[in-house]
Design a protein around this ligand. Structure first.
Ligand code: AP5
Length: 276
């Protein structure tokens, strides 16, 4: 499947994607990914989008794209947001809701979406509910990835990213073909500013305090799927659907989401037939 360039999401405003996704053969998937910083949400989002034809909507990527623009192009709110990000703190709900709110059309995109990094607070989850209602779409599932802290820190400390195309690598687990260079676009890879040990600690605390309460919030709505995040990205991808099917047993499938032909044949939360 083609990879959308996500211009509408990354730039907001009037920007539109030069290669928007094609409508999928079945209904589009709309997923939210939760989990501590560095657990592998971005990596899973890429796999899900590549295989489901959905778009990777990462709020961290919006902020990192904005940080590449000149300082003069930034509003005071965005300037504050980038400072919070560098320090590992959450950006204010007000700023995040403005950024996501002005990208509402990405939520109704025909290819569907995988939201990564949003919502991160109960206030953001409530606002997302309202936005989805306004756009006339609903969530299919919320995948929560879980891993012990030591393993998360090992993932973060080996992470290298491409400042150009935002591809993510790991020195040991997912190295680029040529050391230090992005396979996709040839840019020099960098370490994220917020991957310093002291900033990682601040991010972990922010996650525990502000984001963990969302597990109960989505659990109550019958959308939460807990996914153990050990193993290779492909193993985690497959496990997410298995956990999803178990979580969904006994639950009513989302409206308009008929079975998509899983091997089991009778559960709605299964990868599309073309993947199984
Ligand atoms: P954001 O960009 O969303 O960062 P995060 O949630 O902290 O998550 P990360 O991107 O660090 O990790 P990840 O879980 O995506 O892991 P990855 O796949 O890269 O947010 C950054 C900041 O922006 C926030 O701190 C905040 O300031 C601000 N912000 C954003 N959204 C906000 C919001 N809604 N409200 C308020 N503030 C907001 O993987 C990590 C590494 O592990 C990689 O090197 C990868 O290659 C490797 N890896 C992945 N999977 C595996 C595997 N299975 N085995 C081995 N290695 C693996």
């Amino acid at each position: 499947m083609k990879k959308p360039d996500r211009k509408a999401w990354l730039q907001g405003g009037a920007a539109s994607c030069s290669n928007p996704p094609d409508p999928p053969p079945g209904p589009a998937w709309r997923l939210v990914l939760l989990g501590a910083p560095g657990v592998g949400k971005g990596t899973q989002a890429e796999l899900l989008c590549e295989r489901l034809g959905a778009c990777h909507l990462s709020t961290g990527d919006i902020l990192r794209s904005a940080s590449c623009q000149g300082v003069r192009n930034r509003s005071p709110a965005l300037q504050d947001a980038l400072l919070s990000m560098r320090q590992g703190a959450l950006v204010s709900d007000e700023t995040m809701l403005e950024l996501v709110g002005e990208r509402g059309r990405c939520l109704r995109c025909c290819g569907g979406f995988v939201l990564d990094g949003f919502p991160r607070t109960v206030a953001q989850a409530e606002a997302l509910d309202g936005l989805l209602t306004r756009e006339g779409v609903g969530l299919d599932a919320v995948f929560d990835y879980e891993l012990p802290t030591e393993e998360i820190v090992a993932r973060l400390s080996g992470r290298r990213v491409c400042p150009g195309c935002k591809a993510v690598y790991h020195l040991a687990h997912q190295p680029p073909q040529k050391a230090g260079i992005c396979d996709a676009c040839g840019n020099r890879l960098i370490r994220r500013e917020d991957d310093k040990p002291e900033t990682i600690l601040t991010r972990m605390r922010a996650y525990e305090k502000n984001t963990r309460p969302l597990l109960e919030w989505y659990g109550r709505r019958g959308l939460l799927v807990t996914v153990p995040a050990h193993g290779t990205p492909d193993e985690i991808y497959a496990r997410a659907w298995t956990c999803g099917r178990s979580a969904q047993a006994g639950r009513t499938p989302a409206a308009g989401k008929p079975d998509r032909g899983s091997a089991a044949g009778d559960e709605a939360l299964a990868p599309p037939a073309r993947l199984s």
